[in-house]
Design a protein around this ligand. Structure first.
Ligand code: HEM
Ligand SMILES: *[C@@H]1O[C@H](CO)[C@@H](O)[C@H](O)[C@H]1NC(C)=O
Ligand SMILES: *[C@@H]1O[C@H](CO)[C@@H](O)[C@H](O)[C@H]1NC(C)=O
Length: 315
C-alpha cells in the first residue's frame, strides 16, 4: 500500500515535471526538476559558505532581491554591469551599499558547469535571498522558479525605489502600486531586522529635525554620524539575526530611517508593528507570504526573457 502510494506520488511529480518540460510558460516549484535537479542545493551551499565567512552578506542578498523586484520586476536587472553606452541600475545612488554580487557570480558559474544555459540569474537571486533569510534564523519557504532574465537595466528606473524619507502614506501608496497591502508592506519592511543603514541615509533627521525621533536615540544616531557619511547604524540590536527586534526598536522609538519609524508613528500601520513586536511567529508567517509575492513581481516567463550566460551581461 505504501509502495503503491510512493509510485503515485513519483508519477505525479514526473507528470508535472513533463508538463513544464514541454514548454509551458508558467513558474513552478519543480521548474528545474529535470533540467537542473540540484539547483536548490547548489545555491544553498554556496550561500551558506559565503555567509559563514561574512554573515553581514545575508542582508546584502535580501536587499538586492528587493531592489531587483521593485525595478521592472524580478528579472535579474540589478545584477547587470554598466557598459560604455548604458548606466545600469546598480550604479544609481539608490544602490547605496548593495553588495554580494560575487556570491551570485559563484552560483552562476557552478550552475553553468552542471546545467549550462538553464537557470536564470533572476531565479538564482530569488533563491539566494530566500536562503540568506533562513541562514540568519528566519523562516524557510519554497518559491516558484522559472523567472527569465530581463534585457534592460537603466539608472533612471531606480526612481521606483522607496525613499528613506517616505512617510507611511507614501510607503502604502508605492507598495500598493505593486499590489501589496499596508500590512504586507510592514511585514516586508521587517527585512530591516538584518543589516545597517549608513549615516547618509538618515542624517537629515539630525540633530532633531525629525519630530518622530526621540532625543535619546537622536544622540545614538549623531554619534554614529560623527564617524562620517559611511558610518553604519544597525537597524536593531542583532544585525545578523533574522528576528522581530526591528519591530521592538520601532515601538521604542528607535527606528533608524524616517521610513522605519513612520510605521509606528502612523495609525495606519501601528497595529501591525505592535503585533509583529509581540509575536515573532506571526511576523515570520506574513513575511514569507509577502516575500513569495514579491518574488513574483512582473516576472518574465518563457520567451519574454532570456537565461543570461553571465549575470552581469545581457546575452
Ligand atoms: C519600506 C521601504 C524601504 C525603504 C525606504 C528602504 C530603504 C533602505 C535604506 C535607505 C537602507 C540603507 C542603505 C544604506 O544606507 O546603505 C536599507 C537597507 C536595507 N534594506 Fe531597505 N528599504 C525598504 C524596504 C526594504 C525591503 C522590502 C527589503 C527586503 C525585503 C529591504 C531590505 C533591506 C536590507 C536587508 C537592508 C540592509 C542592507 C545591508 O546591511 O547591507 N528593505 N533600506
Ligand atoms: C553604486 O553606485 C555608485 C554611483 O552612484 C557607484 O560608484 C558604485 O560602484 C555602485 N555600487 C555598486 C556595488 O555597484
Ligand atoms: C506624507 O508625505 C507626503 C509627501 O511626500 C505629504 O504630502 C503627506 O501630507 C504626508 N502625510 C502625512 C500623514 O504626514
Amino acid at each position: 500500500m505504501a509502495n503503491l502510494l510512493t509510485v503515485f506520488v513519483v508519477m505525479g511529480v514526473i507528470v508535472s515535471g513533463f508538463r513544464m518540460g514541454l514548454g509551458a510558460d508558467g513558474l513552478d516549484m519543480n521548474y528545474y526538476l529535470f533540467s537542473c535537479p540540484f539547483v536548490e542545493s547548489v545555491v544553498k551551499d554556496i550561500v551558506n559558505r559565503a555567509l559563514e565567512d561574512d554573515p553581514t552578506l545575508a542582508a546584502a542578498l535580501l536587499r538586492m532581491h528587493f531592489h531587483d523586484c521593485f525595478i521592472q520586476g524580478c528579472d535579474g536587472s540589478i545584477l547587470i554591469d554598466s557598459t560604455r553606452g548604458n548606466t545600469a541600475e546598480k550604479d544609481s545612488p539608490a544602490n547605496l551599499s548593495l553588495r554580494g554580487y560575487e556570491i551570485i557570480d559563484d552560483i552562476k558559474e557552478e550552475l553553468e558547469r552542471q546545467c549550462p544555459g538553464v537557470v536564470s540569474c533572476a531565479d538564482i537571486l530569488a533563491l539566494a535571498a530566500r536562503d540568506a533569510v533562513f541562514f540568519a534564523g528566519g523562516p524557510v519557504y519554497d518559491i516558484p522558479k522559472g523567472r527569465k532574465d530581463g534585457t534592460r537595466s537603466k539608472i533612471e528606473d531606480t526612481v521606483n525605489l522607496p525613499s528613506p524619507n517616505f512617510n507611511a502614506s507614501d510607503l502604502i501608496k508605492m507598495f500598493g502600486q505593486h499590489g501589496f497591502s499596508a500590512q504586507e508592506m510592514v511585514a516586508l519592511s521587517g527585512a530591516h531586522t538584518l543589516g545597517v543603514a549608513r549615516c547618509s541615509s538618515f542624517k537629515n533627521r539630525l540633530p532633531k529635525k525629525d519630530p518622530t525621533l526621540n532625543s535619546v536615540f537622536a544622540k545614538t544616531l549623531s554619534q554614529t554620524c560623527s564617524a562620517g557619511d559611511n558610518a553604519e547604524q544597525p537597524f536593531d540590536e542583532t544585525r545578523n539575526d533574522f528576528d522581530n527586534l526591528y519591530f521592538d526598536a520601532l515601538v521604542s522609538g528607535d527606528g533608524v530611517l524616517t521610513s522605519d519609524q513612520t510605521l509606528f508613528v502612523s495609525p495606519k500601520t501601528r497595529n501591525f508593528v505592535n503585533s509583529y513586536a509581540q509575536n515573532q511567529a506571526l511576523f515570520f508567517l506574513d513575511f514569507q507570504e509577502a516575500m513569495v509575492k514579491m518574488s513574483l513581481l512582473d516576472v518574465k516567463e518563457g520567451s519574454k526573457g532570456q537565461v543570461r550566460d553571465n549575470c552581469r551581461k545581457i546575452n
